[in-house]
Design a protein around this ligand. Structure first.
Ligand code: ADP
Length: 495
């Protein structure tokens, strides 16, 4: 049997402790799936003010109390606590960094929830967290084979490991997974001192006159992954999609790989989901109906008993990336169709007034909830007939995969992970799992929705399409094996 590896998986969001989006789901499911492959994997994350220690069974460990952490010229204390993430088959140790000033005092993770404005000291906050990761390894006497970093919040960790702690971690391989190039952790150049680096490293740590944590991660890691094969290709060539980092990536292109996520079938599975009104599987698709009723009730939309009106759902961060503008552009056309549309999300406040205005204009057809509600997200996946993701770009996307598992037909823009995970319906042979459109335009989106609505009128053909999606294997096993192989290749220096 292949040797098991020791892996530290570092992330700013790990479900169920903290979640704003897919990163949290991945940071929960992938470590558990890797544990099931036999690896000694542990996760580490910060404890924000909104996380309850009691509810999450987070407790102190004597050895990791009041650890002095240098932040620029100052020192702050980290107390690293212990918890675990679990599924019915396995358990993974979690280390949670606590500090009142940087984390506990803030309810938001990266931005003030009341204004949506980023915290001013995000550079210090995450450098503090990244340094606490290193100190934890040193105090535990644990030098992992692999340190797996995720997104800009951990982008400075590879730089710290290689520039300041390589005596201990020379043999540790560092992998940096980029879930989204949209946010890179960029700060003004004075940040170099604040985060405790010498100016001679400014070139490696900065990009376009800014300290850039993501660039640092790309530069100092042994391997970079993004979260789908298509997104990996797109960001190498499209400066817009890489948010200006294509050149930096191209310098490391041979060390780059795209691996699409899977679905955690312990959490997202209509057969066993405790959060939905009625459980079902592909032999009882009619049991989606009670879930649909609950969704309509929760959103205050009328339940039509005389006709079958398709329900389209969106569970989404509300921002430019997720294509909210297309919904606004297409609203008139969309609302002229015989549909109901429910949207759950939060994010960019500037979209709120226009979306709210639509709910007033079309009170029977469009309903919106601006909040984060995990239970409702599950219900919507179960109750909706179609799931809409008109993303401007989509690194991987989980919701379209959840939709396939829940027999809810995805209508998605052909970009990034959406292009990799949804197959366009072909009326000639009935193949495919959803509806795709290419142009980022209201017209193109409406065309795809119209194709879906047309097929919906034919219950038999629709059901066959639903079953196509439910028959696919979207479990984490494939992705976990790919990561496992990558780790081994890194250890053998063959990647
Ligand atoms: P991203 O990571 O870009 O936000 P994904 O589709 O990969 O998009 O993952 C989003 C995850 O976050 C899904 O699990 C989705 O259900 C969840 N989610 C997003 N917004 C909300 C919300 N307002 N309430 C509940 N869950 C949400």
């Amino acid at each position: 049997m292949a040797k098991t590896l020791s892996i530290l998986f570092v992330s700013s969001e790990v479900y169920p402790f903290a979640k704003t989006g897919g990163l949290a789901d991945v940071s929960y499911s992938l470590p558990l799936a890797l544990r099931e492959l036999g690896h000694d994997i542990r996760v580490m994350a910060p404890k924000y003010g909104s996380i309850s220690e009691r509810k999450n069974r987070i407790h102190e460990i004597n050895r990791l109390r009041d650890i002095p952490i240098p932040v620029g010229e100052n020192t702050a204390l980290a107390t690293v606590k212990s918890s675990s993430i679990n599924n019915p088959r396995s358990k993974v140790q979690a280390y949670i960094t606590t500090n009142t000033n940087y984390f506990d005092a803030n309810k938001g993770f990266y931005a003030d929830p009341s204004t949506g404005v980023d915290y001013e000291d995000n550079d210090e906050r995450f450098v503090f967290f990244n340094r606490s990761v290193i100190q934890t390894c040193l105090l535990l006497g644990w030098v992992p084979d692999i340190i797996h970093c995720n997104d800009w919040q951990t982008g400075i960790l590879p730089a710290l490991l290689r520039l300041q702690h390589n005596d201990v971690f020379a043999k540790t391989k560092i992998i940096f997974t980029i879930h989204n190039f949209g946010n890179q952790g960029d700060f003004n150049l004075e940040s170099i001192n604040r985060i405790g680096f010498h100016e001679s490293h400014a070139d490696a740590l900065s990009h376009k006159e800014k300290v850039n944590f993501m660039k640092a991660g790309i530069h100092f890691s042994d391997c970079i992954t993004t979260v789908s094969p298509t997104y990996a290709k797109e960001v190498l060539t499209d400066q817009k999609l890489s948010n200006g980092l294509s050149d930096v990536l191209n310098r490391r292109a041979e060390k780059m790989l795209g691996i699409a996520h899977g679905v955690d079938l312990n959490t997202w599975n209509p057969k066993i989901d405790p959060l939905i009104t009625k459980k079902y599987d592909k032999s009882s698709i009619e049991d989606k109906a009670p879930n649909k009723e609950t969704v309509l009730e929760r959103f205050g939309l009328p339940i039509h008993t005389d006709k079958n009106v398709p329900l389209i759902a969106m569970v989404t961060r509300i921002n430019e990336q997720k294509g909210i503008q297309l919904i606004l552009d297409a609203a008139k056309d969309l609302m002229s169709q015989d549909i109901q549309l429910v949207m759950l999300g939060e994010g960019d406040h500037s979209f709120y007034p226009q979306l709210k205005a639509l709910t007033k204009k079309y009170p029977e057809k469009f309903a919106l909830k601006i909040e984060f509600d995990d239970e409702l997200a599950h219900l919507m996946e179960a109750g909706a007939d179609m799931f809409l993701m008109p993303s401007l770009y989509e690194p991987c996307g989980l919701n379209q995969q959840y939709s396939l598992v829940y027999g809810t037909v995805p209508i998605v823009r052909k970009t990034g992970g959406l292009a990799d995970t949804v197959r366009d319906y072909n009326p000639e042979n009935g193949e495919g799992t959803g509806f795709l459109f290419s142009d980022y335009s209201a017209k193109s989106m409406i065309q795809a929705i119209s194709r879906a609505l047309e097929l919906y009128k034919n219950p038999e053909a629709w059901q066959a399409l639903v079953i196509n999606g439910m028959n696919e294997d979207h479990s984490w096993g494939r992705a976990a094996r790919q990561y496992s192989e990558l780790y081994r290749a890194l250890m053998k220096d063959t990647f």
